[in-house]
Write a protein that binds this ligand. Sequence first.
Ligand code: RTP
Ligand code: MG
Length: 164
Amino acid sequence: MAEIERTFLALKPGGIERGLLGEIIGRFERRGFRFIALKLTMVSRELTEKHYAEHKGKDFFEGLVSYTTSGPVVLAVIEGGCAISVAREMVGATDPKLAKPGAIRSDYGIDVRRNLIHASDSEESAKREIALHFPDLIPVVPNRGSFESKISTGTDMNITISKK
Ligand code: RTP
Ligand code: MG
């Protein structure tokens, strides 16, 4: 069975502005990932510079920070089998012109500076980015089991049925 991982996603301002939020989030749900955390927010310049620290000094850095802080973004943590590599594959190549058809960046865009969505590129990045944007998130509980196993056993589901 694939190793259960968590990864961090950010829908960039262009995707929200174009009304692609449900469309893009739905792809991850339909693929079988579970949303562990989700928020619509504006990110500060300071937080964005921390998030993209590896690119500080590059010629596109200033534009990247301005764009990311130009409007609301949706930040999320998803969980599921091989989440980190599978999410990167679903997102596609950095430049939408080079992304394969079927990848999110290919299907909805053409501009490298407006490539719709971010996904963590490694286990280390996922840990760092989740902690940066969702510092209160409870860490993974070892041997808790996957969402699928909860469905099949019917145990531990967080469903409340209220009586009138
Ligand atoms: P991201 O971090 O946003 O998920 O993108 P990525 O890993 O695929 O690519 P990365 O190298 O980390 O670049 C971060 C973002 O910077 C913008 N970029 N512009 N040549 C350019 O103008 C250029 N190169 C990169 C992209 O928007 C990219 O998502
Ligand atoms: Mg990156």
